[in-house]
Design a protein around this ligand. Structure first.
Ligand code: DGJ
Length: 558
């Protein structure tokens, strides 16, 4: 199949009469602020209006990312064939694993050859990296700790279930576990500062992977039982009181139901759990989940802080989400940074900058809403790469000012002739505009399902109604995707830039509904090196009723 031409559609013109308000050419207004003298040169996060941006070399950065399979980065030889496929996918950031077992095969003896090779190849391919630190935990279990840790369970204890059986998960309540992981991570971060402190190939670190205990709602080891039956730590009680009015509702409710106590055991403060496996909505084991969240947050917060002491770049944790029908903590990792315990994580792990969702679930927009509560920036380290996933990416960037989007398992799907490559190509063209408009209320998005209802968003003086359309204009495919997105930027009065697929976007007046609205000038084209290159001038069937812009269903166009 022939690769797409990625047309950009810019609605353009000027208000002709009161009856013909419209949209004016939005050319590349790609100003980015110069780095101030006082800003740290290393990658860092910075507020931009209501958004949080990742700043790299003084400029805001939009991560068109993808995550490798878990084992890929353990072999530079394996990676050789992959790099060109990654760049062909228009990816600018690769999420790659660095594991504890491979960098510290013997206690205190470090080997960073693999890390150095990864950096060298990423640079040669003009790619950035986000490093996933696979230390104590990966998907709720412990398989990446070195053998000297794995085989000494007296020194490095595992969790136990209620029956006293050890499970293959390092206990978050063990000082020895925490110190050993932190020491390894700090050594890695020290090395990273030495080899990358002036190059900035590595942008962020994911600390551990999808943590939380599985198959039991909490750790029942003797140390965990003692802590669970002891008082809620004062630091947590102080945090809850200081943030009482802005706590996530579920947590606040559990605390309120039990009388907003300012001290007491976990069960006294948050309640004794009831189990009702027949009714998933009757929330059970919440106290156990809160308890585990605190202990994971303290452990991982300690590791992140130790790493930041060496090299202070942004750090995040990723989350295995609670699936529908798997409602109890322990069926999903109990204590992971899910929205209902977000405040516990904030209190316990201030060195963690972002709590990230891995979103494979169908209710993508819900998860984005839940994870952007309390000002948490959105970075999605795992997601889908297909047409549906790509639509979700546009939504995350347009609606939630996402720092980045990263489909998982890119080894399988990378390539130029893919949904992801075509979408990332278009996103790369308008990334400077997206970044310039983040956090100032001039950008939004619509997400439409085939057969679903239309969506109306207000932007500036107009309402934009997006209606699903399967018309392909004879492009690469006549099968419309089941989900499409539009990203809308208001670039000034009567001036809009739109990226969309498979929809007609109708303009109506937002302030006075009796005003008629018409378009004046509509162009499609491409941005090349930030410069607008107009293509077709659209009219007639391409601008239905002269009130709408029609976007083809086979590709995203701007
Ligand atoms: C989620 C994990 O975080 C990833 O590392 C990977 O194992 C995927 N699941 C597999 O689908």
């Amino acid at each position: 199949m022939k690769p797409n031409l990625h047309h950009l559609i810019v609605c353009s013109g000027a208000v002709a009469t009161r009856l013909y308000a419209a949209v004016l050419v939005g050319l590349a207004l790609m100003t980015t602020s110069a780095q101030s003298q006082t800003e740290p040169a290393i990658p860092h996060l910075k507020k931009h209006g209501t958004a949080t941006q990742l700043i790299v070399d003084g400029q805001p950065f939009l991560a068109r990312a993808a995550e490798l399979n878990n084992s890929s980065a353990s072999s530079l030889e394996y990676m050789k064939l992959l790099w060109p496929r990654l760049t062909a996918t228009h990816i600018n950031t690769v999420l790659a694993t660095v594991s504890w077992e491979l960098i510290e095969p013997q206690e205190g003896k470090f080997d960073f050859k693999l890390v150095d090779g990864l950096l060298k190849e990423a640079r040669a391919n003009d790619l950035h990296l986000v490093i996933l630190w696979f230390g104590s935990w990966k998907n709720g279990k412990s398989t990446y700790q070195p053998l000297w840790v794995k085989t000494d369970q007296t020194r490095f204890p595992l969790i136990q279930n209620e029956q006293g059986k050890s499970l293959p998960t390092m206990s978050a309540l063990s000082d020895a576990n925490r110190h050993a992981d932190a020491a390894a991570f700090a050594s890695f971060m020290r090395h990273l500062r030495e080899v990358d402190g002036s190059r900035h190939t590595v942008l962020m670190i994911q600390v551990e992977n999808e943590v939380g205990v599985l198959d039991t709602p909490r750790d029942f080891s003797p140390a965990a039982n003692r802590a669970f039956n002891g008082p809620v730590p004062k630091e947590l009680m102080d945090y809850l009181q200081a943030h009482k009015d802005v706590l996530i509702p579920q947590l606040r409710q559990a605390w309120e139901t039990n009388g907003f106590k300012t001290s007491g055991t976990w069960e006294e403060v948050f309640g004794k759990s009831t189990v009702n496996k027949d009714d998933w909505k009757a929330y059970s084991y919440f106290t156990e989940e809160i308890f585990m969240a605190w202990n994971y947050a303290r452990y991982i917060g300690h590791i992140a802080a130790a790493g930041k002491m060496e090299y202070n770049i942004p750090m995040y944790v990723n989350t295995w989400l609670k699936q529908q029908n798997y409602g109890l903590p322990g069926m999903y990792p109990s204590g992971g940074p899910l929205p209902q315990v977000m405040d516990i994580w904030r209190a316990g792990a201030p060195a963690i900058d972002i709590l990230s969702p891995d979103i494979y679930a169908p209710n993508f927009t819900d998860w984005c809403d839940w994870f952007t509560q309390s000002g948490n920036p959105l970075f999605i380290p795992e997601a889908r790469a297909d047409a549906r996933g790509v639509a979700n990416a546009f939504w995350a960037f347009g609606k939630h000012d996402a720092i980045g989007y990263s489909p998982f398992g890119i080894d399988r799907t990378a390539g130029a002739d893919t949904e992801l490559a075509r979408a990332y190509d278009v996103i790369s063209q308008i990334a400077p505009l997206i970044l310039a408009h983040q956090g100032d209320g001039t950008m939004t998005s619509a997400l439409l399902d085939n057969g679903g209802v239309s969506q109306t968003v207000r932007l500036g003086n107009y309402n934009l109604e997006a209606r699903f359309s399967s018309r392909s204009f004879g492009g690469v495919s006549n099968t419309p995707p089941d989900r499409v997105a539009g990203l809308f930027i208001s670039n000034g009065l009567d001036d809009y830039i739109i990226v969309a697929r498979g929809m007609n976007v109708y303009f109506t007046a937002a302030t006075n509904p009796s005003d008629s609205v018409g378009l004046t000038t509509v162009e499609e084209g491409v941005y090349a090196d930030g410069k607008w290159i107009p293509g077709r001038r659209l009219n007639g069937d391409e601008t239905p009723e002269w009130k709408a812009v029609r976007f083809r269903s086979d590709a995203y166009t701007i």
